[in-house]
Design a protein around this ligand. Structure first.
Ligand code: FCB
Length: 454
């Protein structure tokens, strides 16, 4: 095979001996087996049955069948040279009633994954919540209900009891801004709710659950390393006009500050922005500053693209809208996401500047492209280029002094990409969704070559 070779300036050893190289996956996107082994429905199973919600009418019911193929798939993680496997637990698999009695078969599935990781020398990172709430809890209000904290407590306690003795790395939430905004404000993700009356309580319950969950793990799991993940995007004002600058600042508060600041003990941002006033009054959040705080060992940063913002008086409260990469004629992936490694470097620096952030792991980063299989090969040069540029940017940030201790690529294999169904392919491994055949893309081979080097 032709040596694809390393990119000048990019060698594994530059990242340091103990740098963690991983891949991230999520239960709802990979496992399938939606009604096997005593699992109950999640909000994504229900949401995908609604007409017009998911591209191509796709369903997560089978996805990549990771539930049955996990052994082979973990072998692939190993074969590509990674040493960390980040996966999430499906709440409705281990607690089909959302709370109450555990499902033994479900619990055992994750024991097998953890065991298999250990056999292969992979370090498991557990994400407790990656967007797939049990449907039965959504009927009771889901993230809008204050009862969420009780339910989440039960779920996290069970996970800690079961897996705490074997797993030391824990991530509490995956992108709280992602699931609260898309699922409870814009209705684009499960459960499909809209409006401030849902968004405001969902934000606050997620913030509290994030810290409460972390405290449970701290108490129950000896020597745990505890993190939580935040989506982030550099916000670039469309022009230097004051109205664009102000609009960019409002979006920045939402996209980058809303969840990390309370976790750091700073409370919600306090700028003069009507939305924040409503958030505070609705939740009486001044009472909770201490409870929202947790001293995380690391934060997981997830970055894909920057966002350009301009003033738009037609958008209620926010009065801002995005100027898409396509219309600006800048390089972008097939999701329409701008490719901008410099902005990745800046956002890493920016989060590092928070007092209280001790360590950063990039827990997701990657690119979706329309891959073409030619003679059994997928030559995804564009994705390789994306990874090279983003990894170089990470390295630069590291050299500037940002304490970044790991990089987890999104994602192992093509999977169920939420509202995009199976159209958006982010994997290092191609999956034929009809036959479940896996084919390592050239980007996967590229990682193997990078990671096998000493
Ligand atoms: C992130 C999600 C992850 C995946 C990537 C592309 O926001 O955490 O599940 O969908 O985007």
């Amino acid at each position: 095979m032709e040596m694809r070779g390393n990119y000048h300036g990019l060698e594994k050893k530059d990242f340091g001996e103990n740098f963690l190289w991983g891949v991230s996956v999520a239960a709802a996107q990979n496992e399938g087996a939606f009604n096997h082994g005593g699992r109950a429905l999640s909000i994504w199973d229900v949401f995908s049955n609604k007409k017009g919600k998911i591209r191509g009418g796709a369903k997560p019911h089978v996805a990549c069948d990771f539930y049955h193929r996990y052994k082979d798939d973990l072998l692939l993680v190993k074969a590509l040279g990674f040493s960390v496997f980040r996966f999430s637990i499906s709440w409705s698999r281990i607690l089909p009633d959302g709370t109450g009695k555990p499902n033994k078969e479900g619990l055992e599935f994750y024991h097998r994954i953890i065991e298999e990781c250990h056999k292969l020398g992979l370090v498991p990172f557990i994400t407790l919540y990656h967007w797939d709430l049990p449907a039965i809890l959504e009927k009771e209000g889901g993230w809008t209900s204050h009862l969420m904290l009780k339910w989440f407590n039960r779920y996290v306690t069970l996970c800690a009891e079961e897996y705490g003795p074997m797993v030391k790395n824990w991530i509490i939430l995956n992108e709280p801004f992602g699931f609260t905004s898309l699922g409870y404000m814009l209705g684009k993700h499960a459960p499909g709710k809209t409006g401030l009356k849902n968004f405001l309580p969902a934000i606050h319950n997620a913030t509290l659950a994030q810290a409460d969950g972390a405290r449970i793990i701290r108490k129950m799991v000896a020597h745990a390393r505890i993190g939580t993940t935040f989506s982030c995007s550099e916000i670039i004002p469309f022009s230097n006009k004051k109205e664009d600058l102000d609009a960019a600042q409002r979006v920045d508060i939402l996209l980058n500050r809303l969840f990390i600041e309370p976790a750091l003990g700073m409370g919600y941002p306090r700028e003069d922005f009507k939305f924040l006033e409503k958030l505070e009054l609705f939740n009486k959040s001044w009472k909770y500053t201490r409870r929202m705080e947790f001293n995380f060992d690391f934060i997981g940063l997830q970055n894909y693209f920057p966002v350009v913002i301009k003033y738009n008086p037609l958008i209620p409260l926010l009065q801002a809208s995005e100027v898409k990469a396509k219309s600006r004629g800048v390089p972008h992936t097939d999701m329409g996401w701008e490719i901008n490694p410099g902005s990745f470097q800046r956002i890493l620096n920016r989060f590092w500047a928070y007092e209280g952030v001790k360590e950063i792991i990039v827990t997701e980063n990657g690119a979706a492209y329309k891959d073409m299989m030619v003679n059994g090969e997928i030559n995804d040069e564009n994705r390789i280029q994306y990874f090279k540029e983003y990894l170089l940017a990470l390295l630069r940030a590291k050299l500037e002094g940002v304490n970044i201790t790991g990089y987890f690529a999104w994602t192992l294999m093509d999977n169920f990409e939420w509202a995009e169904g199976f159209k958006a392919r982010f994997g290092l491994i191609h999956v034929d969704m009809k036959t479940q055949l896996r084919t390592i893309k050239n980007s996967g081979h590229w990682f193997r070559e990078l990671l096998q080097a000493k």
